[in-house]
Ligand binder design. Structure first.
Ligand SMILES: Nc1ncnc2c1ncn2[C@@H]1O[C@H](COP(=O)(O)OP(=O)(O)OP(=O)(O)O)[C@@H](O)[C@H]1O
Length: 347
């Protein structure tokens, strides 16, 4: 796979399509062994995350399991409600929007899920699955037009239009993900949130699905939020990357800054595990292993949440919580390591 150049579309005034500011999403958790009169504990799955996304741009979101990537995605699309913060889409606030307002916005924001087969209704034909959003939002659209749209979309995503009456179980994992993509695209959204869209697929199929996403992104001017464990995949597809740890954004920057100059000790550890195509460099590199377990998000460490596993933390890191700071192209939330712009590191 070769890296494509940025798809970002410079819109009037360069206004962001999506503005996420200080978003906190928490869950009330009844702890094991607690009495019924005891208040549930609060688990902050997303703890004050902020970023902006522009039309046509791809933001990769990385971090180990349980760091809040999916909850962030589900909060943006409105499947869970944020406790506080602001999420603006096209300049309009989505938090606190009425159901009717939210329904209209949902037309422009779609989601693709990790398990392609499980995310499709097994009792519906592929044609009905892809057509469902059209029927919901345009109930008066003539049947023949719906059929035409569905067949055209199947073709666009590499499915045979004559498979329209088949059921999801008759398709491979990669084909099921194409069905999910067709369904997400049928309303011509502006943003697609892809939550680990290729993790469940064979490596050989992953590249096909990613290339398809990139092709439709270019053609339709889509913005993508791409959540993944595989940092190589994120590098290939992203214009910018957000690194999360225990519900917090610890580093945010253009892909070159994050991959060539990882600055937060957590990002450095993640990046050290990414395979390098040159066998000699790969053989000689040191993988930074993270000591200790991920702390419980119910009882996170004071100050910097990464300090309990950080090789460079000192007493000060327990006192002050770092915030993202740096340049527009590269920001880091660390009290010890600050962004240094390497000559030529950032385009
Ligand atoms: N509905 C829920 N109720 C209670 N806790 C939840 C809920 N959803 C997520 N969590 C908790 O929130 C934290 C973040 O979970 P989330 O699924 O967002 O992380 P993730 O980074 O997407 O992980 P993964 O990569 O494994 O999907 C975890 O501690 C998880 O247990």
């Amino acid at each position: 796979m070769t890296k494509t150049t940025s798809n970002r579309i410079d819109v009037v005034n360069d206004a962001p399509l999506l503005q996420v500011k200080d978003v906190v999403t928490s869950f009330d958790i009844k702890q094991k062994g607690s009495y019924f009169w005891q208040k549930p504990a609060t688990l902050k799955a997303v703890n004050g995350v902020s970023f902006e996304l522009f039309a046509g741009e791809t933001l990769g979101v990385v971090g180990e399991s349980g760091c809040g990537k999916s909850t962030l995605a589900r909060t943006i699309i409105g499947l869970v409600t944020a406790r506080s913060g602001s999420i603006k889409f096209n300049g309009e606030e989505m938090l606190g929007a009425t159901k009717k307002q939210m329904r209209l916005k949902r037309k422009d924001i779609q989601m693709i899920f990790q398990d392609p087969l499980a995310s499709l209704n097994p009792r519906m034909t592929v044609g009905d699955i892809i057509a469902e959003p059209l029927r919901t939002y345009y109930p008066k659209m003539p049947k023949s037009e719906v059929e035409q749209e569905v067949r055209a979309m199947m073709k666009k995503v590499g499915l045979l239009p004559n498979q329209v009456n088949r059921y999801p179980h008759e398709f491979s994992g990669g084909q099921c993900q194409r069905i999910g993509i067709a369904r997400a695209l049928i309303l011509r959204p502006k943003l697609i949130i892809c939550d680990e869209p290729v993790s469940a697929l064979d490596v050989s199929i992953q590249a096909q699905v990613i290339n398809l996403l990139q092709d439709v992104q270019k053609e339709m001017g889509l913005a993508l939020i791409f959540i993944a464990h595989d940092l190589s995949v994120v590098k290939h597809i992203s214009d910018r990357v957000l690194v999360m740890y225990l519900g917090n954004a610890v580093e945010l920057g253009v892909d070159k800054a994050i991959y060539d100059n990882p600055t937060h000790p957590y990002t450095q550890a993640l990046m050290s595990a990414v395979p390098i195509p040159d066998p000699q460099i790969e053989r000689n590199k040191t993988i930074q292993l993270l000591e200790g377990d991920l702390p419980s998000p119910i009882n996170p460490p004071s100050g910097c949440v990464f300090r309990t596993r950080c090789p460079i933390a000192d007493d000060g890191c327990a006192q002050t919580k770092p915030v993202l700071e740096g340049t527009p192209d590269h920001q880091v939330a660390c009290l010890k390591n600050k962004v240094t712009q390497l000559p030529g590191a950032v385009a």
